[in-house]
Design a protein around this ligand. Structure first.
Ligand code: FES
Length: 112
């Protein structure tokens, strides 16, 4: 059954997405950072929870499965968005992401 509270976004190009390189995507005014780690894909809101800066400009630590905010260095889990260091104390929203064929499929809430 179709969930009216969800929006499914399909992005082509999975095979050309480099592992560990963050990709910024904007859909319907919502900015996301998409990260591939080998055969896994993650999607988070592209905004640090400390200040309004894009996480997509930070670096991915594939071993710890985190992305680091370039401004003050907080790291956020790619799995659940939880921060692992100050100054950020709140998690970053994450979105369900998967791969179907050569498409990245992200499920977003319809609105905030
Ligand atoms: S703006 Fe990201 S940790 Fe401060």
């Amino acid at each position: 059954m179709l969930d009216e509270n969800k929006v499914i976004v399909r992005i082509p190009g999975w095979s050309s997405l480099s592992s560990g390189v963050p990709l910024r995507l904007v859909h319907g005014g919502r900015a996301m950072v998409v990260v591939r780690l080998d055969d896994e894909v993650f999607a988070l809101e592209d905004r640090c929870s400390h200040q309004d800066v894009p996480l997509s400009q930070g670096e991915v630590d594939s071993g710890h499965r985190t992305i680091e905010c370039w401004k003050h260095g907080s790291r956020f889990s790619l799995d659940d968005g939880a921060p692992s260091g100050l100054p950020a104390t709140r998690p970053v929203p994450t979105y369900s992401a998967s791969v179907e064929g050569d498409e990245i499929v992200i499920v977003l809430p319809a609105s905030d």
